[in-house]
Design a protein around this ligand. Sequence first.
Ligand code: 13P
Length: 248
Amino acid sequence: MRRKLIAGNWKMNGLLASGRGLARDLAAQLGDQPPACEFLVCPPFHLLVPVAEEIAGSPVLLGAQDCHSAEKGAHTGDVSAAMLADLGCSHVILGHSERRADHGESNSLVRAKAEAAFGAALVPVICIGETEDQRQAGEALAVVGAQIAGSLPQAEGEFVVAYEPVWAIGSGRTPTRDDVGDVHGHIRTLLCDRLGDARGRAIRILYGGSVKAANAGELLGIDQVDGALVGGASLEASEFRAIGTACA
Ligand code: 13P
């Protein structure tokens, strides 16, 4: 059925030497992994080429952390989906809560970016998730539902959903098994309602927020959790590999 995907979001970390070194370690450690899962690394933009060079020939996939919604043009400092594809990316993270907060990204902008990603044959990894206040107010499912309704592309194409509760990111805290299961189950229902059963069931739903080797087995064992989007723990090759091992 759905093969699990373990994706590393390096965020704004790594200079040339350290980024290249991490990618080399990942290629060495993940090259001989049994095919229990797929691995994806998403380094910052300046490391895409060196990381692509280091992981060439390994099963590790390459992704970026954002793209612009336009194909090209007068957008100083931005990067288009086609530019990312040109560098060897297969995936792009979109609508991460840090971009929604730092850059005011709205659901409709995330949708436009996802459609731009389709235009370059990239698979968007679309991030959604509630804040702590929203969870405490009992609004988690409603918030996630509104983000699904507003952020998902309307065009046909393969995409991944990443559920990342904002309060679990970088905090060492994770939701309970039941809470993760409830949200992932809700997302699955919404995907099937929107896309029909066959397509809705084929979409992978990742969990993100303080995933590490020590809790990966438990989180990845929850119904409808099809992988993980990993921040801090993706910056160490052995820890990232151990998260993948938990898939088996
Ligand atoms: P942490 O794994 O560091 O909590 O970050 C999660 C995340 O934001 C991945 O996109």
